[in-house]
Design a protein around this ligand. Structure first.
Ligand code: ADP
Ligand code: MG
Length: 594
């Protein structure tokens, strides 16, 4: 299994509409947001005020050479310390306040996506790649967190600061200082955005090389046994090293492009700093400005350009985050193909009569699977469906559970069309032991109790006994607490099927469906299970899909499917005397003594 990975998508434009979609989730804590913004403004006022204190200190130190009043400069230095502390404190308070807002939004959105995914149809889930899906969600939620951090804590404060500083420079020192600052910032921003866009391809190449080498390594380790069987360790190592070499090269190009970006930024910063300080020095020598003013201007410049240094990175991250969030929202916008009818009612079960009427069904238009199929499962009866593999037996179960809608015909339960009742009430009333049972990677106990999450310990134990699992459970060192491994891979097929039977016993629905429920069992345990099934199925309507005909001899009616068509029906005896499909299948299986 080679895992494919999605290429990072091209991010060219800013998706402003994503922010609009996010806003409702952020408004849950209005007071918090208000306070956080207040802190933000306070931080900025304090940090713009700081250079003024510095200026006063320098000016006083400069003018009072023989002054004995030491107190004033020291008071100012103390004030400088206090304001600096205030800046950090306000910023911390702001982060703390806002963190909660972000996390709540992530929680709300995460839950919404999760619920939505469970609501989508089986077809969607069969076609998706779970790995890719969970990466989309991961990247979407961390995108929200990034976006908030960079927008609220980096871009907006920097903008506020730029406006304040440029106005102060303009008012206090005239137009030229303001113009130089503004021009260099504009130049700097344009350059950063441009250079960042240019180097995106190198970053992407490096990321891609990183994940392909990772994928290669993981895949190789997953196939550990195959590698050993074919003694291909050296082959695997050289394939991995090739990937690593690509990664190394991509990383180098990436670093060079970063050097170009940072170098260019440094040139712009140095030039504008020099211009500002030269202008300030000129004004000082002509006594239009004090030494303190010179220091103040230097401090302003430093303060402005430090946050701007991150601009390229922040710009790229925000763009990437917006694209990731959008991807997640796209997932939420996906509509389920199977939905409850607008006026759907609850299924009310009287006796459990099932009827399939003129069903035509195809997964894909070109390939008809079920053709004009009609049959009934009268309440309390056991009806079996047999037919070769691929004849559409499991498909009937999927239609009954309404994982798909038939293109023609209708299925009714006690006279109610299954697409007129809610999916929840429909599925609640049907129990199934599926062909392939997949388990959660939890304890055996939890897996069995999944049939009824409210069941007591005693009820679970009873179900274990009825499903003939007791001996197996007792043989396990950890008993019912044994963890079954991913998808239940640590259990044998037969054990998994018995877990599925135990689950269904706990669910205790009126209608039971067994889809080749005993196919993975040896004849001995099969007999035991069949007995259990018989006990459980008593007084229930049951639809039994069987591969081994010997297991359904006692069925009230047997439906024989051939390529999606009903070709024969009747009980075991009549079907044998027909000497047709069923008879041939029966003879074949008798000879194979399975
Ligand atoms: N989700 C699906 N999409 C397309 N074809 C499918 C899908 N599921 C099953 N099929 C096809 O439908 C046919 C009937 O499948 P199924 O009902 O599982 O057969 P069986 O009688 O062995 O249970 C098979 O040929 C199978 O390949
Ligand atoms: Mg099947």
């Amino acid at each position: 299994m080679r895992r494919s990975h999605q290429p990072d998508q091209e991010v060219t434009t800013f998706n402003w509409h994503v922010i609009k979609m996010l806003v409702p989730y952020l408004l849950e804590f209005k007071l918090r947001i208000g306070l956080a913004l207040l802190c933000l403004i306070l931080t900025k006022i304090a940090s713009v005020y700081l250079p003024f204190i510095l200026k006063d200190i320098v000016d006083i130190l400069d003018t009072q050479q023989d002054n004995r009043i030491y107190l004033v400069p020291f008071a100012l230095v103390a004030a400088y310390g206090v304001v600096r502390l205030a800046i950090v404190l306000f910023a911390e308070i702001r982060d703390t306040l806002f963190g909660r807002v972000t996390e709540r939004a992530i929680r709300r959105i995460g839950l919404k996506v999760f619920k939505h995914l469970h609501q989508l149809d089986l077809d969607f889930h069969l076609n998706r790649q779970t790995g890719g899906l969970s990466r989309d969600i991961d990247r979407g939620t961390s995108g929200i967190s990034f976006l908030m951090r960079f927008m609220v804590f980096s871009v907006v404060p920097t903008l506020i600061e730029i406006v304040m500083v440029v106005s102060i420079l303009f008012v206090n020192y005239g137009i030229w200082f303001a113009v130089i600052t503004l021009a260099s910032i504009v130049f700097y921003v344009v350059y950063s955005v441009y250079a960042t866009n240019w180097r995106t391809k190198y970053i992407r190449a490096a990321n891609k090389a990183d994940s392909s080498s990772n994928t290669r390594a993981i895949d190789s380790l997953l196939n550990y046994e195959t590698v050993k069987y074919f003694t291909n360790e050296a082959y695997e190592a050289s394939a991995y090293d090739n990937q690593l070499a690509d990664w190394e090269k991509a990383k180098m190009q990436n670093r060079l492009s970063l050097f170009a970006l940072n170098g260019g930024q440094a040139v712009i910063i140095s030039m504008s700093m020099t211009a500002m300080l030269a202008l300030a020095a000129y004004e000082v020598t002509h006594e239009n400005m004090t030494l303190g003013d010179f220091v103040l201007i230097n401090a302003f410049m430093m303060q402005l350009f430090i946050p701007l240094g991150f601009l390229g990175f922040v710009y790229r991250e925000i763009k990437g985050s917006l694209a990731n969030i959008e991807q997640m929202f796209t997932l939420m916008a996906k509509k389920a193909k199977i939905e409850d009818a607008e006026n759907a009612t609850e299924l009310t079960l009287a006796k459990g009569d099932i009827s399939f009427q003129g069903i035509h069904f195809a997964y894909q238009e070109e390939r008809q699977i079920i053709k004009d199929l009609s049959f009934k499962v009268p309440a309390g009866h056991k009806v079996a469906v047999v037919g070769e593999s691929g004849s559409g037996k499991s498909t009937l179960v999927k239609l009954l559970f309404r994982f798909y809608d038939a293109q023609q015909g209708e299925i009714t339960i006690d006279g109610q069309k299954i697409n007129a009742v809610t999916q929840h009430s429909l599925r609640k009333n049907i129990g199934i032991v599926p062909q392939d049972t997949v388990l959660f990677n939890e304890s055996l106990f939890e897996n069995i109790r999944y049939g009824n999450t409210d069941a007591t310990q005693a009820e679970v134990n009873e179900a274990i006994k009825l499903a003939h699992l007791s001996a197996f459970v007792e043989s396990l060192p950890k008993g019912v607490e044994t963890v079954v491994g991913e998808r239940g891979l640590k259990l044998s097929g037969g054990e998994k099927q018995r877990v599925a039977i135990a689950r269904t016993i706990l669910k205790n629905p009126a209608i039971l469906v067994f889809d080749e429920a005993t196919s993975s069992l040896d004849s001995h345990s099969e007999q035991a299970i069949l007995k259990a099934i018989k006990e459980v199925a008593q007084n229930h309507t049951s639809l039994v899909i069987a591969h081994r005909l010997s297991t359904i001899i006692d069925a009230d009616n047997i439906i024989v499917l051939h390529q999606g068509e009903l070709v024969e029906q009747g009980n075991h005896k009549t079907l044998l005397s027909n000497e047709s499909y069923y008879y041939r299948m029966w003879m074949l299986q008798q000879n194979n003594t399975n």
